[in-house]
Design a protein around this ligand. Structure first.
Ligand code: FAD
Length: 487
C-alpha cells in the first residue's frame, strides 16, 4: 500500500491519520513531543489535572464522524455532555449574566440583567444563522478554491456579500444591533474564538455565536484531553504508527515532488507527506533551502493572538463559578488596542477561568478546584514576557479578588504558567499564535494557505494555520479536506 507520513500529532494530524488509514494508506505520524495532542494536551500538577489549551468544545459531531467512518460506536471511545449553562459572565459594573443554552431562558436572563430589548437577540440569531448557511458550504467544508465561488453555493455567498457583512467590522455590526453595551461586549468576544480583534475583523465572524448558541457547547467526560486520547486510540487500532520524540527536520524533494522526510538526519521515504506543523515553520524550517517555493504573501500575514495561561490549583470551591467563566474588562476597546496596536497586555484584561473539576471531580483533590486562567495576549514579537507576565498576574489576582470577595492569591496551592514563548516552543506555532493567521482583514478567509501545495506535488497541509482555520472543529475539517484531496 501507499505510504503517508504525517508531521505532527496535533488534533488535525491525528484525524488525517485516521482518514488515510481508512483509505488504505500505511500511515506513520512523527511527533516532536513525547505525547500527542499538541495544543490539545494535558498538564498534571500535584494532584490537579488541567487541559493545557482548548477548553470549549463545539461541533462534537466532527469527532464522532471519525469513529463512525471506522465502523465504531463513538460512545465506546468518546463521551460528552451538552452544557445547560454555556458560560457565566461577570462585568466590572457587577452585572452577572448566565448564558443558558436554552434560548428562552437566555432571553429571559438578558432581559432581567440588562436593558436589551429581546428583539435584538432574535435579530442577532437570525443574522448569525444566515452567515453560517452561506459560508459553511463554500468556505468550511470544502477545499478553498476561487472556482468554488463559481458554484451555486458560492454564487449565493457572493451575491449576499452585504449580508455576510464583509464591509463592517464585527464591533460595528454588533453596535448597530444592540443597545446595551454589555451585550455588544458579549457578542464582540466571539472574535477571540479565532484569535482576532472585534474592532478589525469583518462582521462575517458574527457567524461564531451560531456555532455555540445554536449547536451548543459540550464537555467531554474526562476533559478535553479525551478528544486527543480517544482519537489516538482509534488511529492505533487502525494500524497508524505514532513515533514520539521524533522531530522532522526536512522535507526532501526530487524536482517538484516530495519523496521523503528526514527525522534526526534519517531519511524516511513516503508517497505523500501531510504537514500538521504550523505552515510558517513548515516552510521556514523543513523547506528552508527552497525559498523559491515559499508562498511569500501568506507567510507575511498578521498572526492571530496568543494566550497567557495560569494553571492554578485552588484550595477552595467557588459556588458562584461554573465550568466556563468570563470576567470582562471595563474597557474592551482599550484592551484590544493594547493587544493589537501596542502589542502588549492591558492592565485590566478580560479574564477567562475554566474549571473542569466542576464536572469532572477527579481533576482536583477534595475541597479544591483546578483553575485554568487565561487572558488574550499579542503574538510573540520579542516582548519582555517575564515582566509582562508578572504584571498581568498581579492585575488578574486583584481583579478576581475584587469580583469574588476573596484573596484569590492566597488560595493558590500549585501553579504553572504558559506564555506565548511556551506555546511557540512546545508546539512550533510561529509567534505562539493560537490560530495561525489572524482574521482581522476581510480577505483573511481567502488568504489562508490551501490544504495542498500548488507548487510541490504530494505535499498536503492540515491544522489550525491553514484552511479553513483554527479551533478544534475547523482543524478536524482540514483533515477531512486533505483526505478528499489525496483521492
Ligand atoms: P497543534 O496542536 O498545533 O499541534 C501541532 C503538533 O505538531 C504539535 O504536537 C507539535 O509538537 C508537532 N510538530 C511541530 N513541528 C514538528 C516537527 N518538525 N516534527 C514533528 N512534530 C512537529 N480551540 C477550540 O476549539 N476551543 C478552545 O477553547 C480553544 N482554546 C485554546 C486555548 C489555548 C490556550 C490554546 C493554545 C489553543 C486553543 N484552541 C481552542 C485552539 C486549538 O487548540 C487549536 O486550534 C488546535 O488544537 C490546533 O491543532 P493542530 O492540529 O493545528 O495542531
Amino acid at each position: 500500500s501507499k505510504k503517508a507520513v504525517i508531521i505532527g500529532a496535533g488534533i488535525a494530524g491525528i484525524a488525517a491519520a485516521i482518514r488515510l488509514a481508512l483509505k488504505g494508506y500505511a500511515v506513520e505520524v512523527f511527533e516532536a513531543n513525547a505525547t500527542p495532542g499538541g495544543k490539545l494536551s494535558e498538564v498534571e500538577q500535584n494532584g490537579f489535572r488541567f487541559d493545557a489549551g482548548p477548553s470549549l468544545l463545539t461541533m462534537p459531531q466532527y469527532i464522532n464522524e471519525l469513529f463512525e467512518l471506522a465502523g465504531k460506536e463513538p460512545s465506546k471511545y468518546f463521551e460528552y455532555q451538552k452544557l445547560d449553562v454555556i458560560c457565566k459572565y461577570f462585568y466590572e459594573d457587577k452585572t452577572e449574566l448566565t448564558a443558558y443554552a436554552d434560548r428562552a431562558k437566555f432571553t429571559d436572563e438578558v432581559s432581567a440583567r440588562t436593558n436589551e430589548p429581546t428583539i435584538s437577540l432574535e435579530k442577532q440569531a437570525a443574522n448569525s444563522r444566515v452567515i453560517y448557511e452561506l459560508t459553511n458550504p463554500v468556505f468550511l467544508e470544502k477545499p478553498f478554491r476561487f472556482k468554488a465561488l463559481l458554484t451555486k453555493a458560492g454564487f449565493k455567498a457572493l451575491v449576499s456579500l452585504r449580508k455576510l457583512g464583509t464591509g463592517d467590522t464585527m464591533h460595528e455590526a454588533n453596535k448597530s444591533l444592540f443597545k446595551d453595551k454589555r451585550m455588544i461586549q458579549f457578542y464582540d468576544r466571539y472574535a477571540t474564538y479565532n484569535g482576532s480583534n472585534p474592532y478589525a475583523a469583518p462582521a462575517t465572524l458574527n457567524v461564531i455565536p451560531h456555532l455555540e448558541q445554536h449547536y451548543g457547547a459540550y464537555f467531554p467526560t474526562g476533559g478535553m484531553y479525551s478528544v486527543t486520547a480517544s482519537l489516538v486510540k482509534l488511529a492505533t487500532e487502525l494500524g497508524v504508527g505514532f513515533k514520539y520524540n521524533m522531530p522532522v527536520d526536512k522535507i526532501l524533494l526530487e524536482g517538484d515532488k516530495v519523496t521523503s522526510i528526514t527525522v534526526k538526519g534519517v531519511e524516511i521515504p513516503a508517497d505523500i507527506v501531510i504537514s500538521n506543523m504550523d505552515i510558517w515553520f513548515t516552510y521556514k524550517k523543513l523547506l528552508k533551502d527552497k525559498p523559491e517555493l515559499h508562498p511569500q504573501k501568506i507567510l507575511q500575514q498578521e498572526r492571530s493572538s496568543s494566550a497567557l495561561v495560569f494553571y492554578w490549583g485552588m484550595n477552595k470551591k467557588f459556588d458562584r463559578l461554573d465550568l466556563h467563566n468570563i470576567f470582562f474588562s471595563a474597557d474592551y476597546k482599550a484592551e484590544f488596542d493594547h493587544i493589537w496596536q501596542q502589542k502588549t497586555i492591558y492592565h485590566d484584561p478580560t479574564v477567562y477561568i475554566n474549571i473542569t473539576s466542576k464536572l469532572n471531580e477527579k481533576d482536583a483533590p477534595p475541597g479544591c478546584e483546578n483553575w485554568f486562567v487565561m487572558i488574550n495576549v499579542p503574538a510573540n514579537t520579542g516582548q519582555d514576557w517575564d515582566t509582562l507576565v508578572d504584571e498581568a498576574r498581579k492585575n488578574i489576582l486583584a481583579k478576581l479578588s475584587g469580583q469574588l470577595n476573596e484573596n484569590v492569591g492566597e488560595l493558590i496551592v500549585t501553579e504553572s504558567i504558559l506564555d506565548p514563548r511556551g506555546i511557540e516552543s512546545k508546539t512550533s506555532s510561529y509567534q505562539g499564535s493560537i490560530y495561525g493567521t489572524s482574521s482581522n482583514s476581510k480577505y483573511a478567509a481567502f488568504m489562508r494557505h490551501a490544504n495542498q501545495s500548488a507548487k510541490i506535488k504530494n505535499l498536503y497541509f492540515c491544522g489550525g494555520s491553514v484552511h479553513p482555520g483554527g479551533g478544534i472543529p475547523l482543524c478536524l475539517l482540514s483533515a477531512k479536506i486533505v483526505s478528499e484531496l489525496v483521492g
